[in-house]
Design a protein around this ligand. Structure first.
Ligand SMILES: [Cu+2]
Length: 459
């Protein structure tokens, strides 16, 4: 009922707003598609327009379009949404068409694209098409290239993406709030010739960071550096889809960064090559093999590899980005025997528990009381126990028998027993150790900082 009312209100608002732009378009505005499910929906091969191989947006979907007089027409609706970050926690965000990130927009280079944007937010917005070369008046910078889109109004953008690549869209209006609230989406431009840059599987996700106080659901948009939830497509591990492929598949992963810090994305197993940036494709002669690629703020990277059977971790290599909230302000207790202290504090604060004397791994298996709508700091259960991960982490699951177009989780990898680490039960010889210097030769040098460049002397 509510959805129906919202739809009618949206349709009314859209028709009203569009009169300012195009009276004819107002009558036939494409009906906005809405989806709030977190289940990945890979679109079928397109039935209209030029053929392309659709991307798999992790926990996401692609926006359907309508062909009208040879133009691909999309309808984006900027609106408040509810997003499940992982089972056990939902957040009140802003997004597009029912989701954050908004639906992926997929077009082909040379397509004429028309995008209606209806604003159902409580404040004005715009949409910037990040990385796409277009007329500057279509660039979506509020105040600079267009008036802002007021609440309740619809604007229309129209352009022809000249080259294929990995791009994104996001507001260029009150960005600090609107991006911090989850407003973003992927914009993929496919090559005109589908044989060009062809891969078997093409995954895509956006990096987003949120600051949501444990026990609450709305991000604090004024936060500048101290975020506590590190997400891929507004999901955290174990809520992030696995990247499923068949042994030998050529796989592409496209990553865009709309957080306020860089993320070194690291993949276990085969090495990969960065084949594309937000500026286009990297020439073959300029590619090199690596296993980690740093994605800076505002950047996009597409990398490719040949899939090898197994369960391969893929994650941000900043360790605190593979954790959820509550990782904040914990004193470093490694190596500290707090036994006596804990007992004394427990007298004052019932239920007090000392954490982290032997590292933090124990937290992966501890059942601590946590506030409602809050995820454990580290979780994710594997076939051999807790994985002690959260945040920006997933698994590339490669199997021999996966059918083309099948992205369903195949379960855990059945390691051949002789190819898996196991306990050694024989006699363990004394391990080699680095010799430690005799105690009397130990010296401690303390150098006082004397400041600036003058501190460096030549003798
Ligand atoms: Cu990171």
């Amino acid at each position: 009922m509510t959805q129906r009312r919202n739809f009618l209100r949206a349709a009314g608002a859209a028709a009203l707003g569009a009169t300012a732009v195009d009276r004819v378009a107002a009558i036939t505005l494409p009906e906005p598609e809405t989806r709030s499910s977190v289940e990945m929906a890979v679109p079928p091969t397109p039935s209209t327009g030029r053929p392309f191989h659709p991307v798999a947006t992790l926990n996401g979907w692609s926006l359907p379009w309508r062909m009208r007089d040879g133009v691909k027409e999309f309808h984006l609706v900027a609106e408040p949404v509810v997003r499940e970050f992982a089972p056990g926690m939902t957040a009140k965000l802003w997004g597009y068409n029912g989701s954050s990130p908004g639906p992926t927009i997929e077009v082909v280079e040379g397509d004429r694209v028309r995008i209606y944007v209806t604003n159902r937010l409580p404040e004005h917005t715009t949409v910037h098409w990040h990385g796409i070369t277009l007329p500057s008046g279509m660039d979506g910078v509020g105040g600079l290239t267009q008036p802002h889109i007021p609440p309740g109004k619809t604007f229309v953008y129209e352009f022809v993406p000249p080259r294929s690549g990995t791009h994104m869209y996001h507001p260029h209006a009150d960005e600090m709030v609107q991006i911090a609230m989850g407003m973003m989406g992927l914009f993929i431009v496919h090559p005109k010739d589908p044989r060009q840059h062809r891969v078997d599987r093409d995954f895509a996700f956006l990096l987003a960071a949120y600051d949501i106080e444990p026990g609450s659901a709305t991000p604090r948009p004024s936060e500048m550096t101290d975020f506590n939830l590190w997400t891929w497509n507004s999901r955290v591990f174990p809520g992030i889809d696995p990247l499923v492929a068949r042994t030998g598949d050529r796989v592409r992963v496209r990553v865009g960064n709309l957080t306020m810090t860089n993320h070194p994305i690291h993949m276990h197993g085969p090495s990969f090559e960065v084949t594309g940036t937000d500026g286009g494709w990297v020439p073959k002669s300029a590619r090199w093999p690596e296993v980690t690629t740093d994605v800076a703020v505002g950047q996009m990277r597409a990398f490719e590899f040949d899939a090898i059977a197994g369960d391969w971790a893929i994650h941000c290599h900043k360790a605190h980005h593979t954790m959820n909230a509550m990782g904040h302000g914990l004193p470093n207790m490694v190596g500290v025997d707090s036994q006596g202290v804990a007992e004394r504090i427990a007298d004052l604060i019932p239920g007090y528990m000392a954490m982290g004397e032997t590292g933090m791994a124990e937290m992966g298996s501890m059942h601590m009381p946590i506030p409602e709508n809050t995820l454990p700091m580290m979780s994710g259960k594997g076939p051999y126990g807790p994985m002690e991960m959260g945040g920006m982490f997933s698994v590339v699951k490669v199997r021999d028998g996966v059918k083309p177009g099948d992205y369903r989780d195949p379960g855990w990898f059945p390691h051949p027993p002789h190819l898996q680490a196991r306990e050694f039960t024989g006699e363990v010889a004394a391990p080699a150790r680095a010799p430690s210097p005799p105690a009397d030769e130990k010296t401690v040098e303390v150098r006082k900082p004397d400041g600036g460049h003058g501190a460096h002397h030549h003798h």
